[in-house]
Design a protein around this ligand. Sequence first.
Ligand code: TIU
Length: 229
Amino acid sequence: MVTVDARPAPYTFDLPSTALLVIDMQRDFLEPGGFGESLGNDVGQLRRTIAPLAALLADARAAGLTVIHTREGHLPDLSDCPPAKLRRGAPSRRIGDPGPNGRILVRGEYGHDIVDEVAPRPGEPVVDKPGKGAFHATDLDALLVARGVRSLLVTGVTTEVCVHTTVREANDRGYECLVLADCVGSYFPEFHRVGLDMIAAQGGIFGWVADSTSVRAALPTASLPRSSS
Ligand code: TIU
């Protein structure tokens, strides 16, 4: 068993029943010309997540932890995109429109794929999801059950949208979630801060929050020094 400093209390997990979940680290959210920017966001806000997540991925892989990636997006004919989602807001480009990285939020397009720095390795499942939550209309739950996973180390973007929705879904399915504050990001610093507070409040109503350095120091393959506590 591994125990890491977290709020509201230390988080204990064992490696075989834990997965590192990397949510929607796609060019569509992190690079100019994609879905995130089309909504009026400064995509630069999310880029601070890349370096700590890449370091965590390296240590998690070395420790043999299950790593699962997700991508938000739609079939080329948009048949899995609810009209309400397609119509929402007044974006500069809508889902399915052509952009500099291909059609916005459409599977198979360059912009839909994961940024190079945290790209999936062969054998790591990539779950394509049409919604904000990673459990909605996907086989994520079956995939976790098949691997005996009960505990999720949650990373990715954005904190208050796809990360929060997924953590809430995971809770209702009986998973424990440790959200890694430096590996999740929002276009809105205030939403990021409050989103994390909402997870850890009320005795950990949705889960636990920690920095990735705490997890990396606790892994058996630690490339960071273990804390003395
Ligand atoms: N807009 C926003 O903050 N997020 C999303 O639309 N999707 C995800 O969070 N992945």
